[in-house]
Design a protein around this ligand. Structure first.
Ligand code: FAD
Length: 331
């Protein structure tokens, strides 16, 4: 049994994570009349859809674009375009003609998350430290000492972080669901955000994908329309990132800038490095979300995120919607 003395009310659903999965789930549940709170440890919504500003330069630091396959997601992207927070970036670039259209956030990728968060009760800078339950309710303990009591829980943190939360609360899932979680793995990504002394030499649309070497991807943020001044985002390959993730970030950033020089030509005036420990799920689950209370006595708890419906922006949103639909059978 748990101390719920900090709970002032009982809500229908508490969602951990204001990335796209959490926000998509919250949006659907709210539209069905459910009382929902979303909490996130980050300073703003978006999760891996992140942007950063350094001096007068702006960067998309996490996801660079979104693609659309599912009709509902395509329709959602059209709504974002109409709302002025997304636009088509490109459909093909040298070496990759006529591939899926790539859509970007306007002015940055974070705008999409902010748009989805409008009208929702999203509480950022609120880290969840543990979750626990009795036979009817969930008790979510926040770092600030508050506890939120809810009839149901949706957890959208990257799966290793979700497993830590489950373990902290001694929450036992069925052995089948435990196996499903253990199957999911992620790769890391070191991201360099660099201000240049002149426009980069990348050809339009300002995106370069590399299949070998330390770099996987370079975006020219100025060509993309994100940055007012010349700047690039460089994403390291999975191999480089795992090798250098815990090394000195300035030194790793320097190696990546050196490797990028033949493509960007310009000199780097200033740079910062961000490490995404759980950048992209590599082994994903086979279902769009996990009904984690299945075969247990736990109150409803659904796990969602890109590890369940595909390692991309679209997968996260579809997983969030699937989580909301699954939960509506219980509450
Ligand atoms: C470098 C990089 C490049 C990418 N490029 C692309 C791309 O070009 N196209 C594409 O489609 N996808 C791309 N992706 C993948 C895409 O960003 C993700 O698939 C998607 O954003 C995942 O959304 P999510 O909601 O599942 O998870 P997240 O966005 O990770 O959201 C989970 C949230 O949970 C919060 N959280 C975790 N633990 C706690 C806690 N204890 N308490 C409170 N909050 C917590 C986190 O702060 C986070 O905001 C990229 C990702 C990275 C990192």
């Amino acid at each position: 049994m748990n101390d719920d003395s900090g709970s002032k009310q009982i809500i229908d659903v508490l969602i951990i994570g204001a990335g796209l999965a959490g926000l998509a789930a919250a949006s659907d549940l709210k539209s069905q009349g459910r009382n929902v709170i979303v909490v996130d440890k980050g300073r703003g919504p978006g999760g891996r859809l992140a942007s950063r500003h350094i001096a007068n330069a702006s960067f998309d630091n996490g996801a660079q674009f979104m693609t659309t396959r599912h009709p509902r997601f395509l329709s959602q992207v059209q709504q974002w375009i109409e709302a002025g927070v997304a636009e088509k970036w490109y459909s093909s670039f040298p070496g990759h003609p006529n591939s899926h259209a790539r859509y970007r956030g306007v002015p940055t990728m974070t705008a999409i998350a902010k748009n989805l968060a409008v009208g929702l009760d999203v509480r950022c800078s609120n880290q969840v430290t543990s979750i626990s339950s009795d036979e009817s309710f969930w008790f979510t303990l926040l770092e600030n000492g508050d506890t939120i009591k809810s009839r149901a829980l949706i957890v959208t943190s990257p799966v290793p972080q979700t497993k830590t939360l489950l373990a902290a609360g001694n929450i036992q899932l069925s052995s089948h669901n435990k196996q499903r979680l253990d199957h999911i793995t992620y790769e890391s990504c070191l991201s360099v955000m660099a201000i240049l002394d002149m426009p980069s030499a990348l050809t339009p649309p300002g995106a370069l994908m590399l299949n070998e070497g330390p770099i996987a991807w370079i975006t020219d943020n100025q060509q993309k329309g994100v940055s007012a001044i010349p700047s690039v985002t460089i994403h390291a390959s999975g191999d480089f990132s795992s090798r250098y993730f815990n090394e000195d970030s300035n030194a790793s950033g320097g190696l990546l800038i050196k490797a990028a020089k033949p493509f960007i030509k310009a000199e780097v005036k200033e740079f910062q490095v961000h490490g995404w420990r759980y950048s992209k799920p590599v082994n994903i689950d086979t279902k769009p979300c996990m009904i984690a209370n299945e075969d247990t006595d736990l109150p409803p708890i659904i796990l969602a995120g890109d590890a369940f419906d595909g390692p991309r922006v679209e997968g996260a949103v579809l997983s969030g919607w699937a989580a909301a639909e699954a939960l509506l059978c219980y509450i």
